[in-house]
Structures are given as C-alpha cells and as structure tokens.
Ligand binder design. Structure first.
Ligand code: HEC
Ligand code: HEC
Ligand code: HEC
Ligand code: HEC
Ligand code: HEC
Length: 188
C-alpha cells in the first residue's frame, strides 16, 4: 500500500512539472527560443552582387576534384579589399580585421546558417551538378535578398538555426524525385 502511494506522488510531481514547463514555454517562447550571435563581418550579398558585379560562382564554386568550396577564403576578399575601395566604416572595420587575421594566417570565422549535425551527409555536387537545383531551392534567406546578411541565430535547446533544413524536407523532395530514403543515404 505504501509503495503505491509513493508511486502516485511521483506522477503528481511529474504532471506538475509538465504543466509548469508548458506554461513557462508558452510565455517565454518567442524570446527565449533563439540566441543571437553576430557574424564576424556583416557581409552584404546585395552589394557584392550588384555593385561589385560578381556572380555566385566567383565565390562559391566547385574545386577540381568536384567538392564544393563553400565560403570563400580571406584571400578571395583581399583580391579587392587589400586597400579600401569605398569610404564606409563597415569596409574600414573589415580591412582592420582582415589584416589581423592575415598575420595570424587565419580565415574569417563565419557562422554557417544551414550547418547540419555531424551525422548528416550532404553533398552540393549531387544536388547542383547532378540534380540541377537552384541555390534558392534550399537557401531561402541568404544570397542576395537582404541589405546585409542577418545575425546568426540558433535555438538554444537543439543548437539549430532556423535555416537548417529538417530531415522531413530532405525526405519529401527525395520521395518526389524517386531517391532512396534509406537511413544510410544521409546518415554516416
Ligand atoms: C564576394 C563573394 C560572394 C559572392 C559573390 C556570393 N557570396 Fe554567398 N557567401 C559569401 C560569404 C563570405 C558568405 C559567408 C558570410 C555570411 O554568411 O554572412 C556567404 C554565404 C552564403 C550562403 C549561406 C550559407 C550558410 O548556410 O551559412 C549562401 C546560401 C550563399 N552565400 C549563397 C550565395 C548566392 C546564391 C550567391 C549569388 C547570388 C552568392 N552567395 C554570392 C560570399 C559570397
Ligand atoms: C570583386 C571585388 C570584391 C571582392 C572579391 C570582395 N568585395 Fe567586398 N566590396 C566590393 C565593393 C565594390 C564594395 C562596395 C564598396 C563601397 O562602395 O563602399 C564592397 C564592400 C564591402 C564591405 C562594406 C559593406 C558595406 O556595408 O558598406 C565589406 C564589409 C566587404 N565588402 C567585405 C568583403 C568580404 C568579406 C569579401 C570576401 C568574402 C569581399 N568583400 C570580397 C568588392 C569586392
Ligand atoms: C538541396 C539543397 C541545397 C542546394 C540546392 C544548395 N545548398 Fe548550399 N547547403 C545546403 C545544406 C544542407 C548545407 C549545410 C551542409 C552541411 O552542414 O554539411 C549547405 C551549406 C552551404 C554553404 C555553407 C558552407 C558549406 O559548404 O557548408 C554555402 C556557402 C552554400 N551552401 C551555398 C550554396 C550555393 C551558392 C548554392 C547554389 C549554387 C547552394 N548552396 C545550393 C543545401 C543546399
Ligand atoms: C529539392 C529537392 C532536394 C532536397 C530538398 C534535398 N535533396 Fe538530396 N537529392 C536530390 C536529388 C534529385 C538527388 C539525386 C542526385 C543524382 O542525380 O544523383 C539527391 C541525392 C542526395 C544524396 C545522394 C548523393 C549520392 O549521389 O550518393 C544525398 C546523400 C542527399 N541527396 C542528401 C540530402 C540531404 C541530407 C538533404 C537535406 C539537408 C537533401 N538531400 C535535400 C534532391 C533533393
Ligand atoms: C534524405 C536525408 C535523410 C534520410 C533518408 C534520413 N535522415 Fe535522419 N536526418 C536528416 C537530417 C538533415 C537531419 C537533421 C535535421 C533534423 O533533425 O531534422 C536528420 C536527423 C535525424 C535524427 C535526429 C538526430 C539529431 O541529432 O537531432 C535522427 C534520430 C535520424 N535523423 C534518424 C534517421 C533514421 C532512423 C532514418 C531512416 C529511417 C533517417 N534518419 C533517414 C536527413 C535524413
């Protein structure tokens, strides 16, 4: 009999806990769910596309071995920014940072909006060269829409940014295109 009472007590605390977290979650949801971190440089895709007349491939291309170069190295930026082109403070600040990083032989520590967890395998070559998809099929918010790239945000519970594609989105497209959704296709 006593044992049963204790078990009931546990359930009571469990449900109080659940309800308390639901209430807390509901009240605090929008503000608490994301943490923000500033990118090391507020890069502007708009400026570099229109004013510097660069194409996406000038900075995001495939290497000789077929792998995707991702975000360009600092050396690419310095092709134009060894000294100031314009007179903005944003550019002057960037040049100061670039000089420091170059001395230390480092790249700009960009935060990647769409970074997947390490156990997911993703290849740009398969999707761009083979499947012939546009960048915008997967990257909605970065690549020229806004004046400056947004600060990096991530959910503090999962560590995911809102730009991270969910497993369901990957699988829905694969299903439509007749690609296998066996676990080992995407998970290492
Ligand atoms: C001058 C070089 C340059 C050009 C040109 C350029 N990008 Fe970028 N791109 C960058 C840099 C640097 C970053 C990382 C900075 C950031 O995300 O704020 C980036 C980040 C991105 C990302 C975000 C990846 C992630 O998840 O973090 C996408 C998507 C992207 N670029 C797409 C494009 C597309 C599409 C074009 C053509 C319309 C383009 N870029 C043109 C330099 C460039
Ligand atoms: C082909 C030349 C070229 C390359 C390569 C290039 N830029 Fe620029 N960048 C420009 C031009 C042009 C401007 C506009 C300058 C102005 O009129 O103020 C600019 C402006 C900027 C600014 C100031 C933006 C603002 O809001 O005023 C920053 C910061 C910057 N670039 C960072 C970068 C970074 C980081 C890279 C490398 C990923 C890079 N640039 C590569 C040509 C280039
Ligand atoms: C089928 C969806 C898809 C398409 C199409 C796509 N991307 Fe991506 N991209 C992703 C995913 C997913 C990641 C995160 C990869 C990871 O974390 O391993 C990513 C990451 C990136 C990054 C961050 C650096 C890196 O390599 O991880 C850049 C830059 C980028 N993409 C640019 C582009 C550009 C430019 C295009 C068009 C030429 C493009 N992407 C097309 C899904 C896509
Ligand atoms: C808009 C459609 C679309 C989306 C979204 C998409 N894929 Fe794909 N994926 C394809 C197509 C089409 C292929 C087949 C390419 C080919 O012809 O080999 C493919 C192939 C692949 C392959 C097999 C590569 C190989 O050749 O072995 C992997 C792995 C993969 N995708 C992972 C992902 C992951 C992970 C995501 C989500 C982050 C994703 N895909 C999102 C359309 C998509
Ligand atoms: C088309 C690609 C794809 C396939 C197929 C796929 N996954 Fe995933 N999976 C992902 C991506 C992308 C994520 C990360 C984003 C997310 O959590 O939604 C993920 C996340 C997960 C997670 C959560 C991991 C974490 O760190 O949060 C689990 C568990 C998982 N997958 C299991 C599976 C199992 C089991 C299968 C087979 C039935 C499978 N996946 C098939 C793409 C895939």
């Amino acid at each position: 009999m006593e044992k049963e009472g204790k078990a009931k007590g546990k359930w009571l605390f469990f449900w109080i806990g659940v309800i308390a977290s639901l209430l807390l979650g509901w009240a605090a949801f929008p503000k608490l769910i994301y943490f923000k971190k500033d990118q090391p440089v507020r890069f502007s895709h708009l400026k570099h596309g229109e004013e510097a007349s660069l194409t996406c491939e000038d900075c995001h291309s495939f290497r000789g071995d077929g792998s995707f170069s991702g975000i360009p190295d600092l050396a690419k930026c310095l092709e134009c920014h060894e000294s100031a082109i314009g007179s903005s403070k944003a550019e002057a600040d960037f040049i100061k940072l670039a000089e420091k990083l170059k001395k230390e032989n480092k790249n700009i520590p960009w935060l990647i909006y769409s970074k997947q967890p390490d156990n997911v395998f993703f290849s740009h070559a398969a999707h761009i060269k083979m499947a012939k998809l546009e960048c915008s099929a997967c990257h909605k918010s970065v690549g020229g829409r806004t004046e400056k790239n947004p600060p990096y945000r991530f959910k503090w519970i999962s560590g995911y940014a809102p730009e991270v594609m969910s497993m369901k989105t990957c699988e829905t497209c694969h299903e439509k295109k007749g690609i296998s959704n066996a676990c080992f296709v995407c998970h290492k």
